[in-house]
Design a protein around this ligand. Structure first.
Ligand SMILES: [Zn+2]
Length: 287
């Protein structure tokens, strides 16, 4: 059964580790992430962007697929199904569809409108048992066609949003979605420290986990980050393994064209990436 992310993140904050949010795109993605979480006895958050939700034929399809897998695969570790960077309209759609967690990204509104809309979503989501993530200061890079400027969040605004009763808070600290440019300045730990102090014990969320060096990830966790989002890295490892299979001509050998064979190396590559991240984040055996 799906659970909200609230309890797993409170435990993570107390235990000084982070729970990974891994974004899903299809059945293979979801299966690989769930298998790895179960094997490593780790809690996990399945992230669904609006674009991926549309690609998978809508949120009800996603809920049906994930619930089916939890039962048929015998998954016993805590699993949350979470809308990633949800708009106001889509936040309500996933609440209806049966998600267990929702991010409302109101970072592009002015702070007062972000507060008003976040409040409304908290009220409805909490009535139905979903956890809520809010965002202050947009995360840099591109996500589903929305380009964020990579702002650094204002500490007072973080405190205002945290005090509304959200369950986790994403704040821009120089992190960006997708691959990091060569001239990236690194995470702003000075800002993270201030946000963490002002919002304690709120679990903080680090977006754009792909390509942040391991030592920075560990330091961010020590400063209050309890959820880390990973998306691009699974895409890169899937693509790389699939490319190797094709380039080696394996699809032309015997029944190598069978999609269950063709997609298997990519699925294994996702599992390896998820395992590596869960070990780095410290969530292994924390289910
Ligand atoms: Zn994000």
């Amino acid at each position: 059964m799906l659970v909200s992310a609230k309890e797993m993140l409170i435990k993570a904050k107390e235990g000084k580790y982070a729970v990974g949010q891994f974004n899903i795109n299809n059945l293979e993605w979801t299966k690989s992430i769930l298998q790895t979480a179960q094997e490593l006895n780790s809690p996990v958050i399945l992230g669904v962007s609006e674009g991926a939700g549309k690609y998978m034929c809508g949120y009800k399809t996603v809920v049906g697929m994930v619930n089916g897998m939890l039962e048929e695969m015998g998954i016993t570790v805590p699993v949350a199904l979470h809308l990633d960077h949800g708009s106001y309209e889509h936040a309500f759609k996933v609440i209806e569809a049966g998600f267990s967690s929702v991010m409302f990204d109101g970072s592009h509104y002015d702070i007062n409108e972000n507060i008003e809309k976040t409040k409304e979503i908290i009220k409805i989501a909490h009535e139905k048992g979903l956890s809520v993530e809010a965002e202050v200061g947009s995360i840099g890079g591109e996500e589903d066609g929305v380009i964020g400027g990579g702002e650094v969040a204002d500490v007072n605004e973080c405190k205002m949003i945290a005090d509304l009763g959200v369950d986790m808070l994403a704040a821009g600290i120089g992190n960006i979605h997708g691959k990091y440019p060569a001239n990236w300045q690194g995470l702003r730990f000075d800002v993270l420290e201030k946000i963490s102090e002002a919002t304690n014990p709120m679990p903080l969320v680090l977006h754009g986990g792909t390509g942040i060096p391991a030592d920075m990830i560990k330091k961010a966790i020590s400063l209050g980050v309890s959820k880390i989002n990973v998306n691009t890295e699974c895409q890169l490892s899937f693509a790389d393994a699939t490319r190797k299979y094709i380039e080696a001509g394996k699809d032309l050998e015997g029944k190598g064209f069978d999609p269950r064979k063709l997609l298997a190396p990519g699925a294994e590559a996702i599992k390896a990436t998820v395992k590596e991240k869960m070990e780095l984040f410290g969530s292994v055996n924390k289910a």
